[in-house]
Ligand binder design. Structure first.
Ligand SMILES: [Fe+2]
Ligand SMILES: [Fe+2]
Length: 217
C-alpha cells in the first residue's frame, strides 16, 4: 500500500528553511508570494473563524474520526452475540481506521513532519499505524466466534486508544504552534477521503468494504 501517492496541500509543502527564507524576503523586499503566504497565515490565526472553517480544521476532523471510532468500539463491546452485526461493526472499525491512518500519513503527517522537528514522535506514530494494520489484517481473516476474535478487537481498541492519546496530547498541541494552514489541510483530507472511498467502492482497494454506513465528514 503506497502511502505517498498524494501530495500535501500546496500551502503546507514548504520546508521550514524555505519558509523562513520567504518570510525574510517578504520583510525585506515585499515579495508578492511571500505576502500572500503571510496573509494566509494571518487568516488562520487572527481573523474570527467561521463555523464552516472550524469544522474543516484538520485537527477537528481527525479528532472527529477518533471520537467516531471510539464510539464504534464502545458499541462493539456491548454486543453479546457473534452474528452478522458483530462482523459488520468490526469491519466498519477496520475500514474507518485504515482510511484514517492513510490520510494521516499522506497528508497530515507529511505536512507536519518537516516543521515539527520531532522525528521520534512522527516515527513512533508511523510505526504504530503499521502495528494497527497488522491487527486489522488479523481481524479481517477471522470471524466472530473464532478463538481470540474478541481478544484481538480488544487489543486493537487499547492500541488505538494509546495511539490517539499520543496524537491528541502530544502531536496536536505542537501542530497548533506550526505555520500550517489547518483549514486547507482539513479540506485536502476531506477530498482525499472521498477519493479513496470512491476507489474502494469501484475497485475494492484499501481493503475497504465500502460499508454503507461509513461516514466521511
Ligand atoms: Fe494516527
Ligand atoms: Fe489519528
Amino acid at each position: 500500500m503506497s502511502s505517498r501517492s498524494a501530495h500535501p496541500p500546496r500551502s503546507n509543502g514548504h520546508a521550514a528553511g524555505s519558509r523562513t527564507t520567504a518570510r525574510k524576503r517578504a520583510a525585506s523586499k515585499g515579495g508578492r508570494a511571500a505576502r500572500e503566504r503571510t496573509a494566509a497565515t494571518r487568516a488562520t490565526t487572527e481573523r474570527p473563524v467561521s463555523p464552516r472553517a472550524a469544522s474543516d480544521n484538520a485537527l477537528a476532523l481527525l479528532h472527529a474520526d477518533h471520537a467516531r471510532v471510539s464510539e464504534l468500539f464502545a458499541r462493539f463491546e456491548k454486543l453479546k452475540s457473534n452474528g452478522a452485526q458483530k462482523a459488520n461493526l468490526a469491519e466498519r472499525i477496520c475500514d474507518e481506521l485504515e482510511l484514517h491512518a492513510r490520510v494521516e500519513e499522506e497528508l497530515f503527517y507529511a505536512s507536519v513532519r518537516p516543521q515539527i522537528h520531532d522525528d521520534d514522535l512522527m516515527d513512533e506514530a508511523a510505526v504504530e499505524h503499521d502495528s494497527l494494520r497488522t491487527l486489522i489484517e488479523q481481524i479481517r481473516n477471522m470471524k466472530p466466534g473464532d478463538a481470540k476474535y474478541d481478544a484481538t478487537l480488544t487489543v486493537l481498541r487499547e492500541y488505538v486508544k494509546h495511539h490517539v492519546k499520543e496524537e491528541e496530547d502530544e502531536m496536536f498541541p505542537k501542530v497548533r504552534q506550526l505555520d500550517l494552514d489547518l483549514v486547507a489541510l482539513g479540506r485536502a483530507i476531506k477530498t482525499r477521503k472521498r477519493q479513496l472511498k470512491g476507489e474502494s467502492e469501484a475497485h475494492g482497494l484499501l481493503g475497504l468494504t465500502a460499508f454503507p454506513g461509513m461516514m466521511i465528514p
